[in-house]
Structure formats: structure tokens, C-alpha cells
Design a protein around this ligand. Structure first.
Ligand SMILES: Cc1cc2nc3c(=O)[nH]c(=O)nc-3n(C[C@H](O)[C@H](O)[C@H](O)COP(=O)(O)OP(=O)(O)OC[C@H]3O[C@@H](n4cnc5c(N)ncnc54)[C@H](O)[C@@H]3O)c2cc1C
Length: 377
């Protein structure tokens, strides 16, 4: 599939390019990967700049082609990625836009778009990762609030978040997929303890979150009580279907840099390496086409991405790992230098086949829901 752009869309591209050429040199230096408070300031500052220039709502309200142009141009120009805004902009916000009441949309969407409020995702628990519906964090109704007790793990950006999209069990007696609710929990509520976890790449990117009788207003529930599994599927569709698409352009840029490095240091004559780079080029080209398909399909079918997101997530997370393995081959001993961004990117690429649902789980989904194969035992 090849997309062609109208004159109007090309004008959008030109305007965005011109704005980026002026805005990017004004950016402050990027904080170190471990400086989460600094990254919050940096990432929200960039979101604010996008908002003030009229580009903030491109993830939600723009046409699919404008969205793709935005992703292409920002990545090509080396603009910051969404960073700490990832959950708010790319899956909590879109879930509220799709499933929230007018009051909820009014309360939460604008601050996300203005870069004022950061969200995190409290889905996984120590015994509920792939089998997410086994979650045990419970919420007991007390008048117009829920009293929440339990624990979450691998909560990215919890340390700097203002809100958490939280899954809780509101009916312990119902079948496990039926007794769940989706809440927006304020992260400054009494009873929340955040304990950061350090990753292989050295960053305290995610945390354990302990909840001890945390009071969350019932008005913060998105969707009906005990209908949270359906809302969760909407969130996961955004997370797998469209949240990573900008990164494909970034990977293509890294691949180009890798080919230039291989040319400069004489490795280009190695036919095995050249074939590997060529294959990766084809893989990322195909992923970009799949992205275009997913974004336009989501728009045609009411805004929520379909099961194609699992195909994308599966292929993308493996291609990303292979890209950074190839980078290590090209860089040689420099690939072990922990001060290089590529080294950190390589270490973090290992997490991509786990985060947002493991590759095994995506294969199960593709087998059952795309190929129509029978369910496993
Ligand atoms: C970088 C990173 C960021 C994350 N951020 C967040 C976050 O912000 N919020 C959040 O809630 N969670 C987050 N997670 C958690 C992530 O969603 C879970 O790690 C993931 O869903 C897997 O769950 P688990 O770790 O409990 O593994 P398990 O479910 O224990 O799985 C262990 C292994 O068994 C396999 N397996 C399990 N069940 C099946 C099956 N039915 N068929 C075949 N194989 C199976 C899995 O594929 C895996 O290989 C993050 C994870 C990472 C790595």
C-alpha cells in the first residue's frame, strides 16, 4: 500500500517542518535517562510547545494521514518522542476519549494535551501479568468512593505521574473477567507508596506501587462497574495498535545511521552484514505500511485500533531487537560503552518483547483472533 497526500496534507507537512526547524534548536539539553523529574520537565515542556503551536491533538483529532505525517516529520527531524507522556497521550487519553463521559473527557483530556498531567498504567500485578484478569487489587465501594487495597508492579513513570489508569477487582465473586473496573486514581492520594525498580539500562523507569486503603471517587470510574475488562481491551488496543508507531520511523533513521557507519568504516563490503541491513530495511518498510493500515482502519471503524495491533507489536518488538543486535555488530567494542545512547537503546530493546504483552501472548491472539485457530488447552 502506498499513501498519496493531498495538497492540503502536504501544506500541513511543510508548516510542521518549518515550525520544527525553529522550535528544535530552542530545546533545553536532554536530561540523563535516570533523571525522571528532569525528564518530566523536558517531556511536558515539549508537549506544551506542540500544544501552543496547534499540534497537540494530532494523536486524537487529526486525520490519519496528518497523524502519519506528524510522526514521520517529528521523527525525521529528531524531535523528542512522547517520553513520560506515553501513557497519557497514547493510551489512557485515547481510552477516556473513547469510553469516558463528557465530564471525564473535559476533566482529563485537555491537561494531557497541554503537557500538564502525566499518567501511568497500573495494570500488572505480581501474579497477574500475561493473565491480567487474575488481578487481585480490590476496590470496595463506600458511598461515593472506592477504597482500594493491593499492589501493582512494573508501573512505568509511577514516580512522576499525576494519575494512574488502574484496574481493580470490584466483584470478587464474579468470573474473573467480569468483576473488574477501570479507575483513574490520583497519584497523590494518601495510602500510595511508590518503590522504584532499576532496569538493566540503569534507569529507574518503573516501580512497584503499593495501595493501602486508597480512596478513589466513584466518579473516576471509566465505563460501568465490573465492565472494566472491556475498557481494558480498548486501552490495550491503543497500546499495541498505535502507541509505538512513531518509533518505527526512529528505527528507520537508526538503520540509516548504521548503514552510513558501516560504509565509513569499511564494513559495507561484508555481504552478510549488508544482507542483514537490507532485510531490516524491508522489515521496517513493511511495519510502516502496517502502521498506515492500522491507523486508517482504526479511523474507519470508529477510532479504536483492531487486532492488527498484535501483529504489529509482535513483528515490531523483534525487529527492534534485531536492529540493535546489528548495531552492536557494526559498533564492535563501542557497543559496550554505557554512555552511548545506542547501548542503552539496545539494552532497553530487550524489554519490547515483554512490555504491553509478551510475544507469546501476541502469538496466541493472532492465532485465535486473526487466523481463527482453536483456543489452546
Ligand atoms: C519495560 C516494561 C514496562 C512495563 N510497563 C508497565 C506499566 O507501565 N504498567 C503495567 O501495568 N505493566 C507494565 N509492564 C508489565 C508487562 O505488561 C508484563 O511484564 C507482561 O504483561 C508480562 O507479564 P509477566 O511479567 O507477569 O510475565 P508472565 O505472565 O509471568 O509470563 C512469563 C512467561 O510465560 C509466558 N506465558 C504466560 N502465559 C502464557 C500463555 N497463555 N501462552 C504462552 N505463553 C505464556 C509469557 O509469554 C512469558 O514468556 C511493563 C513491562 C516491561 C518489560
Amino acid at each position: 500500500m502506498e499513501l498519496t497526500y493531498t495538497q492540503e496534507e502536504e501544506a500541513f507537512r511543510t508548516g510542521l517542518r518549518e515550525w520544527l526547524a525553529v522550535a528544535l534548536p530552542k530545546l533545553p539539553p536532554k536530561p540523563s535517562p535516570d533523571d525522571w523529574p528532569g525528564r518530566r520537565v523536558y517531556d511536558t515542556g515539549w508537549q506544551r510547545a506542540l500544544h501552543d503551536a496547534g499540534y497537540a491533538d494530532v494523536h486524537w483529532d487529526a486525520s490519519p494521514t496528518q497523524r502519519l505525517i506528524f510522526l514521520e516529520e517529528t521523527e525525521k527531524a529528531g524531535a523528542p518522542y512522547v517520553g513520560a507522556n506515553f501513557v497519557g497521550l497514547l493510551h489512557a487519553g485515547p481510552t477516556i476519549a473513547a469510553e469516558g463521559t463528557p465530564e471525564q473527557r473535559e476533566r482529563w483530556l485537555a491537561p494531557i494535551l497541554r503537557g500538564e498531567e502525566i499518567w501511568c498504567q497500573g495494570f500488572s500485578e505480581p501474579d497477574a501479568g500475561s493473565d491480567l484478569a487474575s488481578l487481585r487489587t480490590r476496590a470496595v465501594r463506600d458511598g461515593d468512593t472506592y477504597v482500594v487495597t493491593g499492589s501493582k508492579t512494573w508501573t512505568s513513570h509511577a514516580e512522576v505521574a499525576d494519575w494512574c489508569e488502574l484496574l481493580v477487582r470490584t466483584d470478587p465473586d464474579a468470573p474473573k473477567h467480569r468483576g473488574i473496573s477501570w479507575l483513574a486514581m490520583p497519584m497523590d492520594a494518601p495510602g500510595i507508596t511508590v518503590r522504584p525498580l532499576r532496569t538493566l539500562a540503569g534507569s529507574a523507569e518503573f516501580a512497584e506501587v503499593f495501595l493501602d486503603e486508597v480512596r478513589v471517587p466513584a466518579a473516576n470510574r471509566v465505563g460501568e462497574e465490573n465492565d472494566g475488562w472491556r475498557v481494558t481491551m480498548v486501552t490495550l488496543s491503543f497500546e499495541r495498535g498505535t502507541a509505538f508507531v512513531g518509533e518505527v520511523v526512529a528505527c528507520r533513521r537508526t538503520l540509516g545511521e548504521l548503514a552510513r557507519t558501516a560504509r565509513a568504516d569499511g564494513r559495507w563490503d561484508d555481504p552478510v552484514l549488508r544482507r542483514r541491513l537490507g532485510r531490516l530495511n524491508a522489515e521496517f518498510g513493511a511495519l510502516w505500511r502496517l502502521t498506515q493500515w492500522n491507523v486508517s482502519e482504526a479511523t474507519r471503524t470508529g477510532g479504536v485500533p483492531g487486532v492488527g495491533g498484535s501483529v504489529f507489536k509482535l513483528r515490531y518488538s523483534h525487529a527492534r531487537q534485531e536492529l540493535y543486535d546489528t548495531a552492536a555488530e557494526v559498533l564492535g567494542p563501542d557497543a559496550l560503552d554505557l554512555d552511548r545512547e545506542w547501548t542503552l537503546d539496545r539494552l532497553s530493546s530487550l524489554s519490547y518483547t515483554i512490555a504491553a504483552g509478551t510475544s507469546q501472548i501476541q502469538r496466541n491472539i493472532v492465532a485465535e483472533r486473526v487466523l481463527g485457530l482453536p483456543k489452546g488447552p
